[in-house]
Design a protein around this ligand. Sequence first.
Ligand code: FMN
Length: 235
Amino acid sequence: MTKTIAWGITGAGHFLNRSFSVFKELRSEIGDIRINTFLSSAAEEVIRMYGLENDLSLISGGDYLEEIFLESQQGKSWPKTGRFLLDKYDALVITPATSNTVSKIAHGTADSLVSNAVAQAVKGGVPVFVVPVDIAGVVVSELPFGIAREICQKCEDCPPRENCPNNAITDQIELLECEGCGICKDLCNYNAIKGGPVELKVRDIDTRNVEIIKELEGITVLEEPEDITSAIRDL
Ligand SMILES: Cc1cc2nc3c(=O)[nH]c(=O)nc-3n(C[C@H](O)[C@H](O)[C@H](O)COP(=O)(O)O)c2cc1C
């Protein structure tokens, strides 16, 4: 029988690529699956920065129950989340879940597309799986492209700037314009364009919020995106 999964994506760089890999694999492993995506406004921006827009349309095809819903186009009363009350979905998976969205879920706030989807899913008896990015300790996150100031030679003719398809390079990379294609990284003669791992300390408040949502009805917290595969298989 066809499984219909709602996928909520929030604006986290951490776990983003891994979440996409898991959903791509789910599509090929469980052939009979529909994936309907709900993107927070921040996710819309971050997905572009990491160059994942095309991958998203390969995962959510666009037909009914395979649409990509953008928070920026959904008004403020979130009519699309009413679907969770109508027996349309087998599960809602939020990955990656920012500390912002985890905090909203923990405190019952439902004023964004993804936090509202969680509220409606619980009310409609749809199981919810959440993969928080900030659980405890230190996390290693992947940064989008940026200019390493100490390496940049401020060349008058700057091949990355001149060849950026989005004109996203000034004296820095304007991330809201950047689509994460990486052309600039290869064109810089001094290897001054970087993107990559950075260590972040998880705040106590974020750890506490994760503990709160572990106790909430209808919600299961998963430690990493790869745990989604067996959770979906077991539905
Ligand atoms: C490149 C980039 C990466 C980010 N990564 C994270 C992250 O890993 N975790 C996080 O909690 N917030 C991260 N943020 C910040 C969130 O996008 C921001 O808090 C946003 O308001 C979250 O909104 P949302 O929960 O509705 O998606 C990142 C922002 C940018 C620009």
